[in-house]
Design a protein around this ligand. Structure first.
Ligand code: GLP
Length: 250
């Protein structure tokens, strides 16, 4: 595990974007695992800027997103498909048919989960997976549980997650209660993992995830077992790690 500290959000975003950028330059047909939430927005913005300057080419890139809310269509403003299209895909030269997000409107959710696992499998797995972290320690929407859920599955969102994500909706009761998420297996089989975190309110969960016991009660703790994990976080998110394990920060 490599922990890279950044003084602020903008710097965190640029450092993380640099890692993705290197991946795309070295391996233009990479399979990128992508994440949503407010944390990666600056990363996408930076990649868009470099693309517009002519430094990046996404024409051969394939992407698979971590998750999608159940019951939201791709044109719903709070769906993750809409987020990806508006915050990233439509500003770069990726082919839309090479971008995959679970279908939140699938009638047969189990079939959709199996379809999504097959997509990831057919792509040959993920080369670089970008991750944010939820306050419950979730990655994608893998919420705390008794076991690590390996395959793509439907998950009942924790109230803490619903409350945190309600900031994007007009009312908390509009936040979907269920989501489809990539499972722990596809995430852990990604060749490289890049976790981004910012803000003091992530300090506790980041420290528990990276230095606490590996347990499905803190899903992100499984990342400790990956052999190519890079964490890029701002000083606020690293504050607890800085005070407890200063030597861990590179
Ligand atoms: C959502 C997403 C996660 C994301 C998390 C944190 O629940 N499903 O993939 O990491 O939110 O979001 P934020 O970056 O807004 O704190």
């Amino acid at each position: 595990m490599k922990i890279i500290s950044a003084p602020d959000y903008q710097s965190m975003s640029r450092k993380a974007a640099n890692i993705i950028s290197a991946q795309v330059i070295l391996f233009p047909d990479s399979v990128l695992g992508l994440a949503t939430g407010s944390t990666p927005l600056g990363v996408y913005q930076q990649l868009i800027d470099w693309y517009k300057k002519g430094d990046l080419d996404f024409s051969k890139v394939r992407s698979v997103n971590l998750d999608e809310y159940c019951g939201l269509a791709g044109d719903h403003e709070q769906s993750y498909r809409y987020y990806m299209n508006t915050n990233f895909f439509k500003h770069i030269n990726i082919s839309m048919e090479n971008t995959y997000v679970p279908n939140g409107m699938a009638q047969d959710v189990d079939a959709e989960c199996r379809r999504y696992d097959k997509i990831i499998n057919d792509l040959g797995g993920i080369d670089l997976q970008l991750l944010g972290i939820g306050h419950t320690g979730h990655i994608g929407f893998n919420e705390p549980d008794e076991d690590f859920d390996k395959m793509t599955h439907c998950v009942k969102l924790k109230q803490k997650t619903i409350d945190a994500n309600s900031r994007f909706f007009e009312r908390v009761d509009q936040v979907p209660k269920y989501a489809i998420t990539m499972g722990i297996k596809a995430i852990m089989q990604a060749k490289k993992l890049l976790l981004v975190a910012n803000g003091e309110n992530k300090a506790d969960i980041l420290c528990r995830s990276l230095f606490g016991p590996v347990t499905p009660k803190v899903p992100a703790s499984i990342l400790q077992l990956h052999n190519d994990l890079t964490v890029v976080a701002d000083e606020a998110a690293l504050s607890l790690i800085r005070s407890k394990y200063p030597e861990a920060i590179g």
